[in-house]
Design a protein around this ligand. Structure first.
Ligand code: ADP
Ligand code: AMP
Length: 213
């Protein structure tokens, strides 16, 4: 099963993608996590991506598409994957579609986690992330067992540089301009499914599992 998660930054795509990956036994592929791991390890890719990410801008398509296609070509993606944060532009969606078409393959579901902008800013300021394993927490809604420490791997949690309110505002503008058109794109493809992302996270997941079966 190949799944795309759509939604504004902070809508809960990553939270749901991790639960989907666990339930259906497929890898969670997050371009944001790949970039953050590269930033942490100070690779040339990380250095380049950081210049865009810190400003709330998208990393250029050329670079992002290559990273993603390399990742999904790996062995563990053979039976499917859940994409979180990719595609974010029509160009990226077209490249993915063409690459899959060449293999006689396609995306099965594009799940749009719908959350209005008003809720997003609150969620992002409370988000705490683990750069080691990709787990995400919220200081009020999804707190870790021990404050500031990842439940899964014991790493110290961080407030992402791009979760500061001024950058979040820019990311939302970029989302509306460049990523939201993908809702229409996948609707036309006949694979769009909407879920109400303002609900409690287990309820959102229940709605998603009804769609995925
Ligand atoms: P995205 O991957 O779409 O950017 P995340 O999954 O990282 O979003 O979620 C953003 C923040 O909101 C995190 O702090 C997360 O713990 C919290 N969160 C996720 N889903 C919900 C929910 N249904 N209700 C409340 N908070 C949520
Ligand atoms: P995320 O973790 O998905 O919120 O992504 C964090 C940041 O990484 C984004 O604001 C972008 O700067 C960059 N990024 C992640 N995925 C993509 C993508 N598909 N295209 C372009 N930039 C991306």
């Amino acid at each position: 099963m190949k799944i795309i998660m759509l939604g504004a930054p902070g809508a809960g795509k990553g939270t749901q993608a991790i639960m989907i990956a666990d339930k259906y036994g497929i890898p969670h592929v997050s371009t944001g996590d790949i970039f953050r791991a590269n930033i942490k390890n100070n690779t040339p890719l990380g250095q380049e991506a950081k210049t865009y990410m810190d400003k709330g801008m998208l990393v250029p398509d050329e670079l992002t598409v290559k990273i993603l296609l390399d990742r999904v070509a790996q062995d563990d993606c053979k039976n499917g994957y859940v994409l979180d944060g990719f595609p974010r532009t029509i160009v990226q969606a077209d490249v993915l579609k063409d690459a899959l078409n060449k293999l006689g393959d396609h995306i099965d579901h594009a799940i749009n986690v719908d959350v209005p902008d008003e809720n997003i800013i609150k969620r992002m300021s409370g988000r705490r992330a683990c750069v080691k394993c990709g787990a995400t927490y919220h200081i009020e809604h999804v707190p870790p067992k021990k404050e500031g420490i990842c439940d899964n791997c014991g790493e110290a949690l961080v407030l992402r540089d791009d979760d500061k309110p001024e950058t979040v505002k820019k990311r939302l503008d970029v989302y509306h301009e460049q990523t939201q058109p993908l809702i229409d794109y996948y609707n036309k493809e006949g694979i769009l499914k909407n879920v109400d992302g303002t609900q409690e996270m287990n309820k959102v997941f229940e709605d998603i599992t009804k769609i995925l079966g």
